[in-house]
Design a protein around this ligand. Sequence first.
Ligand SMILES: Cc1cc2nc3c(=O)[nH]c(=O)nc-3n(C[C@H](O)[C@H](O)[C@H](O)COP(=O)(O)O)c2cc1C
Length: 244
Amino acid sequence: MTKVLAFNCSPKMENSNTALILNPFLEGMKEAGAEVELFYTGRLKINPCTGEFNCWTKTPGKCYQDDDMNMLYPKLRGADILVFATPVYVDGVSGPMKNLMDRLIPLAQPFIELRDGHCRHPLREGTKHGKVVLVSNCGFWEMDNFDPLLVHMKAACKNAGREFAGALLRPHGGGLRLMMELGMPLDDIFEAAKEAGRQLVRDGKMAPETLKIVSRELMPLDLYLKAANSIFQKALDAKELVKL
Ligand SMILES: Cc1cc2nc3c(=O)[nH]c(=O)nc-3n(C[C@H](O)[C@H](O)[C@H](O)COP(=O)(O)O)c2cc1C
């Protein structure tokens, strides 16, 4: 059975825009027969890496820190598919997701080999070379807000000898909740996220047309600017939290 390990790395956890895309995606994987485990980094204690390479020399394969990574390492080693879900924060991944990524270092060996003419660290024996999927949403309207994350995730996968299997990207992600509140149709997006999950488990890959639906325009740019700025102005006037 395909083992999927997923992380929702938004501090907003169940109430996040991230969850709106991640959850149907995971549902689709379950429907296709995968065993799915989901963690919220917001409920985990994952300290930042302290960079001393204890896990490479003093205690090979084991980080000296005593936190929730101890429970996660065996799961990370055995996963066929890793799903990292994050909002775009300052053109990158969220802080909790970066901590999690940095703490994957014990899964690799210190030795450096040349793979396709490039320096790489081989993974330790017993760690599966699984697939990696990125699920992300951002506040701004344009798709190119995901470019830095895509470059980062692809590079990290190459480094670890894992296959980057693609990304579910939701620009103007805050618009999802707005449109849900207005009762506007979004079923095609949620269904496409689910279908991408089914495809990945069933066919080993996700169809570009399906992923395109997940990212489809919710509203034209001029309307997005008006709506977002008016929501912020109202919240500012009322000194309330903004629901986006
Ligand atoms: C600290 C911070 C930094 C952000 N940086 C960006 C950014 O660089 N580009 C962008 O499009 N959105 C940015 N956003 C907006 C979030 O990506 C957006 O609100 C998203 O929908 C939040 O997703 P979530 O509900 O899953 O946490 C930022 C939000 C925060 C709180």
